[in-house]
Design a protein around this ligand. Structure first.
Ligand code: A2P
Length: 295
């Protein structure tokens, strides 16, 4: 399996990252240290996860040189106005204790300040936001920029603008339950690398994922754990994968991926894409939006 992918910038992004969404306070630091010791070189975080300080401290404590680790953070919805972007980025940099990010993503395609209605114009066309992100690349504060939770329509809208830098990645929910084959095919054709969040089904469905008969069967046959089979499947599909764990043994386990023989890969791919997809994480209602983020 590929240990990394090469982005249009020429940078190499490691294919397996430690995800730190929902990683509990006072646990995430240990998880990061365990991960770096085990050989992870990619940490996927965000401003809104509220743990960038602990992640940054762990990074420092690990002794692994900054330039050897791929660090992603994300711009929160409240900071899409161009004037808010650099301060938000600076806050993430300061908390992480680094002077550049390897990747900075627009976290959601929603420009919305707390307690206010969403900014329709900036949500429909985030070009001003994107231009500011391009400026952050030019300034050297960020090496690569991308998006998250964008559907094909939104990516097409954004890239219809005269961009200097195209979105390198799109981070979306992908799991056995939400396999997103159309988005995957489109992204490959259009040179946008997908990053799979909640790759094990997130907290609520991880048990079900690890009990899928095909997953269990393949794990037995190959002498792998069910989680290793699923994470390997993600990379074999050509995406970055971001398993979250704060359990040291699982953190180590989740990096040990290898290619599934093609007939077993096909079997799992077929099982994932032939059931009805489950509903995705969709905060449209809870954020009081009058539109569906994914439409
Ligand atoms: P924990 O963090 O307590 O170890 P996802 O990456 O899809 O969001 O899934 C994260 C969930 O899966 C967390 O509840 C995490 O638990 C659990 N998890 C992560 N790795 C494994 C593993 N190898 N085996 C079993 N559960 C795992």
């Amino acid at each position: 399996l590929p240990s990394h992918y090469v982005l249009p910038s020429g940078d190499k992004i490691p294919s397996v990252a430690l995800g730190v969404w929902r990683s509990e306070k006072n646990k995430v630091g240990e998880a990061v240290k365990t991960a770096l010791k085990a050989g992870y070189r990619h940490i996927d975080g965000a401003w809104i996860y509220r743990n960038e300080e602990e992640v940054g401290q762990a990074l420092k404590d690990s002794g692994v040189p900054r330039e050897e680790v791929w660090i992603t953070s994300k711009l929160w919805n409240t900071f899409h106005d161009p004037e808010d972007i650099e301060p938000a980025l600076d806050e993430s940099l300061a908390k992480l204790g680094v002077d550049y990010l390897d990747m900075y993503l627009i976290h959601w395609p929603v420009a919305k300040k707390d307690g206010q209605p969403y900014d329709k114009e900036l949500t429909e066309n985030p070009y001003p936001t994107w231009q500011k992100l391009e400026e952050m690349v030019a300034k050297g504060k960020v090496r690569n920029i991308g998006v998250s939770n964008f559907n094909i329509r939104r990516l097409q809208n954004l890239t219809a603008n005269p961009l200097k830098i195209k979105p390198a990645v799109n981070q979306v929910e992908i799991s056995f339950w939400v396999p997103q084959p159309e988005l995957l095919a489109w992204s490959k054709e259009n040179s946008v690398l997908l990053e799979a969040y909640s790759p094990l089904g997130s907290d609520s469905k991880v048990k079900d994922t690890l009990a899928v008969p095909e997953v269990v069967e393949i794990a037995k046959e190959l002498g792998m754990t069910p989680a290793q089979v699923v994470i390997s499947w993600h990379v074999q599909r050509g995406t970055v994968v971001l398993p979250k764990s704060v359990t040291p043994s699982r953190v180590v386990e989740n990096l040990q991926v290898r290619a599934l023989p093609s007939e077993l890969f096909d079997k799992l791919e077929k099982a994932a894409t032939s059931h009805k997809p489950y509903p995705r994480l969709n905060p449209s209602k809870s954020w009081g939006l009058d539109f569906d983020i994914f439409e």
